[in-house]
Design a binder for this molecule. Structure first.
Ligand SMILES: Cc1cc2nc3c(=O)[nH]c(=O)nc-3n(C[C@H](O)[C@H](O)[C@H](O)COP(=O)(O)OP(=O)(O)OC[C@H]3O[C@@H](n4cnc5c(N)ncnc54)[C@H](O)[C@@H]3O)c2cc1C
Length: 450
């Protein structure tokens, strides 16, 4: 078997320019995980693609030999999507970092998959534009990973998620053919929406090698307000009221007490004893109406300088790392209609109490998207039974409230168990059929997403 694998890899090395393939097991291991605790399988090696042709050669070789391929961006995923499977080749797109085009006149950019999300945003800013989808991980995540997970972020409450900024894609299919989807116009309905299908497909239908992305005008002014609450449910109710009143926040984020404590113990933010939740809201107009709708808050203040505003938003972006300092994390990602947010918050608090587990929740609250983070002992390989029992309750509560299992992280391997509850047998059958059309030998990220 060993010799067979060595022969296989010799063929791959021969198919690619020098230096693209890594087979040292220690090095391979360092590409095998994402940000979850999910134990990876044993990969045959890693391809460090530098061009579309490298991806084409890799997939031609892989489909010829029926070798599984796990596409990988930065490995910051939270669903186990980029974890290696046994006998696979990990296809890293992280070195494909060109912004092929940036057109201020058409407000678009054409970016390769390894471009770091915040780098694209910075490049756009030089022209008075921005790339709106900004996951908290935007300084480390890649555009390819964002596309494959349909990532959301803090600004998405106003500008929509990654799919809403994607006009077209260049994709290498399982057999090595190159497919162009979509267009560079802001409208267009020719043919089925293959662009929309690939966005969020978690590397199971093809490997994205470039994307035509929509840019937006940088807002002239942004006002930032922070509000503290003595009850989590009150904070959630304020969010529902802000949305119901038709305010158009450009950011509306929530952090619960456990999250704030984790940040406080790291960054010493002077957390008050009675504070159970904090909202951070931004508006490109006035924050007056939003602040007024935070009537139950114990404290409301508008940031007086851009630096103060950046500091507040920066704290929110630190939330996940702050929790990782306390223990291992199972990060969940349910999303509910925004009017049901208070009920969902209560369901999370109830699940934590009933099962005696620590849950620290942050939320892209303006989207109804909660991240209840289940924190467990670092010494354990997997979450203990009570964490899974509480997570199961949280998933079912979200579905009962008309919500979904995952707002932005994807199904990966961690949510596959519950997928059937949400999509049902007819959709499952059709989705497996779609997978069969694009990837008849099931070599693309097998065992993920479906
Ligand atoms: C601190 C922190 C904060 C986060 N905050 C957010 C947040 O606010 N919003 C959010 O949505 N997510 C968030 N995430 C999760 C994560 O950053 C996103 O899912 C991100 O989109 C993953 O990008 P990546 O480059 O790391 O992809 P990876 O983790 O490498 O891969 C993710 C998935 O995409 C597939 N893939 C990667 N590249 C390609 C490609 N070129 N073609 C086809 N498939 C591909 C992989 O196979 C895998 O299934 C956060 C993560 C961390 C660690």
């Amino acid at each position: 078997m060993k010799d067979h694998n060595a022969d296989l890899m010799t063929g791959l090395v021969a198919a690619l320019p020098e230096g693209r393939v890594l087979t040292d097991p220690d090095v391979t291991e360092s590409y095998a995980r994402d940000r979850t605790f999910v134990a990876p399988g044993k990969a045959l090696g890693v391809v460090l693609a530098q061009s579309r042709d490298d991806v084409v050669a890799t997939l031609r070789w892989a489909s010829g030999h029926r070798v599984p391929v796990v596409p990988r961006g930065a490995g910051s995923g939270l669903a186990g999507g980029a974890t290696a499977v046994d006998g696979c080749v990990i296809l890293s797109l992280a070195r494909m970092t060109a912004i092929r085009e940036l057109s201020p006149a058409d407000e678009i950019a054409v970016a390769e998959p390894g471009v770091i999300t915040a780098d694209l945003d910075r490049a756009a800013r030089e022209h008075g534009l921005m790339y709106a989808p900004d996951p908290s991980s935007y300084e480390i995540s890649t555009i390819g990973g964002n596309l494959a997970t349909n990532a959301g972020g803090l600004r998405c409450v106003k500008y929509g998620v990654t799919r809403d900024s994607t006009l077209g894609l260049e994709v290498v299919l399982a057999d090595g053919r190159v497919l162009e989807t979509g267009r560079r116009t802001v409208k267009g309905v020719t043919g089925y929406d293959l662009t929309g299908l690939f966005v969020g497909s978690e590397g199971t239908l093809g490997v994205i090698t470039a994307a035509t992305l929509r840019l937006r005008r940088l807002p002239r002014q942004v006002a930032t307000v922070a509000a503290e609450f003595t009850s989590l449910r009150d904070a959630a109710s304020a969010v529902s009221a802000i949305i119901a009143a038709g305010c158009r926040p450009s950011m509306l984020e929530l952090m619960d007490r456990t999250t704030l404590e984790a940040i406080d113990s790291w960054k010493n933010i002077g957390l008050e004893d009675g504070t159970r939740a904090m909202l951070i809201a931004q508006s490109e107009g006035s924050t007056e109406e939003m602040a007024a709708l935070c009537g139950a808050a114990s404290f409301v203040a508008e940031a007086s300088t851009p630096e103060e505003a950046a500091e507040l938003v920066g704290l929110r972006r630190l939330a996940y790392e702050a929790k990782e300092r306390i223990g291992q994390c199972l990060v969940e990602d349910v999303c509910v209609p925004r009017s049901r947010l208070p009920e969902m918050m209560s369901a999370v608090e109830d699940a934590a109490t009933r099962h005696g587990v620590t849950i620290a929740t942050v939320a892209h609250a303006g989207d109804g998207n909660l991240h209840p983070v289940f924190i467990f002992d670092r010494g354990l390989a997997d979450p203990p039974a009570e964490v899974w029992a509480a997570a199961d309750e949280v998933f079912r509560a979200a579905l009962d409230l008309g919500g979904t299992l995952t707002g932005e992280h994807g199904v990966g391997v961690l949510k596959r168990r519950w997928l059937g509850l949400e999509i049902g047998p007819v959709s499952a059958e059709l989705q497996l059929g779609i997978k069969q059309v694009f990837d008849p030998h099931n070599i693309l990220n097998p065992g993920k997403a479906l």
